[in-house]
Design a protein around this ligand. Structure first.
Ligand SMILES: Nc1nc2c(ncn2[C@@H]2O[C@H](COP(=O)(O)OP(=O)(O)OP(=O)(O)O)[C@@H](O)[C@H]2O)c(=O)[nH]1
Length: 300
C-alpha cells in the first residue's frame, strides 16, 4: 500500500483576483490564505496541504504574476519561473467571466519556458453561460498544450473534486511530506497576521493601501483553552492611522472583533486580542505610545 502513495508539489498561478486563495481554502478546508475582493493581496507563498488515504498534495500559492515594471518585479518573476520548474504540476487559473487578457498572455509566455505539466483551471463558472465557457475552452486550447482543462467554481465547489482527482492521477509516487493533520507549514503567527490584515483591507476599502503590515508582537498561551495575542497594524502615513482607528476607535474595534472571530475558529480556542496602530516613522517609539490607540477586543 505504501508503494502506491502519490504525492507532489503543485503551484497555483494566475492573474490577481482569479480566485487562487478561495480555491486553496476550499481544498484544505481552512482559511489559511488571505481572501479579499481587491487584487494582489497574496504577498507570500502559502502552502496548503491536502492529505488523502492514498495521496498528499502540497499547494504553493504564488503571488499574482504580472509584467515586471521594476527590478523587484524582475526578481519576483525569476523566482516564480524557478518555482514552476521545480513543482510536479502547475495550476494556471483564469477567471471565466473576464476571459482572455494581456496578463494571461504574459503567463502563457512564461509557461512556454517550463517543463512541468500545466492544468488550465477555469474558475468562477457560476458567473458565466455555458456557451461562453465553450468559447473560452476553444480559445485556450489553441494557445497552449495543457495537460487538462478543468472548469470549476472555487466559491461553490463545483467540479473541484474532479480537478483533485485528475491532479492525483498525474502525480508521481512519493512520500507523505507532512503529517496528515497539517494544513500549512507556515507558523500560526503569519496566518494570524494575514487574517488581521484581511480585515483591515475589507473594512477600510480603498482608503488604506496594501502596503499596510501587521506585526504579531506576542502570542501567549495562558491556559489550555485561551490565547493572548498582541498585534500592531503598521501604516505609512498619519492620515491612514486616523482612518484605521476611526471615530472614537470604532474602526479598530471592528477590525479586532472580526479578526478575533476568525482567529478563534482557526485555532479552536478562545482568543484575547489587543490591537494597536502605528505609523512606520514612530515605530521605534512604540512602547511609549501603546496605551494611546490600543483596544482589547475581548471587552467587546
Ligand atoms: N462568483 C465567484 N467568485 C469567486 C470564485 N472564486 C473566487 N471568487 C471571488 O473572487 C475574489 C478574489 O478571490 P481570491 O481568492 O482572493 O483571489 P486570488 O487569486 O487569491 O487573488 P490575489 O490574492 O489578488 O492573487 C473574491 O471576492 C472571491 O470571493 C468563484 O468560483 N465564483
Amino acid at each position: 500500500m505504501e508503494n502506491n502513495f502519490k504525492s507532489g508539489f503543485i503551484a497555483i498561478i494566475g492573474r490577481p483576483n482569479v480566485g487562487k486563495s478561495t480555491f486553496l481554502n476550499r481544498v484544505v478546508g481552512q482559511k489559511i490564505a488571505i481572501m479579499s475582493n481587491k487584487p494582489q493581496t497574496t504577498r507570500n507563498k502559502i502552502q496548503g496541504v491536502l492529505t488523502q488515504d492514498d495521496a498528499q498534495m502540497v499547494f504553493i500559492d504564488t503571488p499574482g504574476i504580472h509584467k515586471p515594471k521594476h527590478r523587484l518585479g524582475d526578481f519576483m518573476v525569476k523566482i516564480a519561473e524557478n518555482t514552476l520548474n521545480e513543482v510536479d504540476a502547475v495550476l494556471f487559473m483564469i477567471n471565466a467571466e473576464e476571459g482572455y487578457g494581456k496578463g494571461d498572455q504574459y503567463i502563457l509566455d512564461l509557461l512556454q519556458k517550463i517543463h512541468s505539466p500545466v492544468f488550465l483551471v477555469i474558475n468562477k463558472i457560476d458567473l458565466v453561460h455555458p456557451h461562453k465557457l465553450l468559447d473560452l475552452i476553444a480559445q485556450y486550447k489553441d494557445k497552449y498544450d495543457f495537460e487538462e482543462i478543468i472548469p470549476i467554481s472555487a466559491l461553490q465547489g463545483n467540479n473541484v473534486d474532479n480537478l483533485l482527482g485528475l491532479l492525483k492521477d498525474h502525480l508521481p509516487q512519493g512520500p507523505q511530506y507532512y503529517p496528515a493533520n497539517q494544513v500549512t507549514d507556515h507558523p500560526e503567527r503569519f496566518i494570524i497576521s494575514e487574517l488581521i490584515r484581511e480585515k483591515v483591507l475589507e473594512l477600510t476599502r480603498e482608503e488604506v493601501p496594501h502596503s499596510v503590515a501587521v506585526v504579531i508582537d506576542s502570542i501567549e498561551k495562558r491556559s489550555s483553552n485561551a490565547i493572548y495575542l498582541q498585534a500592531t497594524i503598521v501604516t505609512e502615513r498619519k492620515s491612514q492611522k486616523g482612518i484605521l482607528i476611526g471615530k472614537q476607535g470604532t474602526m479598530l474595534k471592528n477590525i479586532g472583533i472580526k479578526a478575533r472571530k476568525d482567529i478563534e475558529s482557526l485555532l479552536g480556542t478562545k482568543v484575547f486580542l489587543e490591537l494597536w496602530v502605528k505609523v512606520k516613522a514612530d515605530w521605534r517609539n512604540k512602547q511609549s505610545q501603546l496605551n494611546e490607540y490600543g483596544f482589547r477586543m475581548d471587552e467587546y
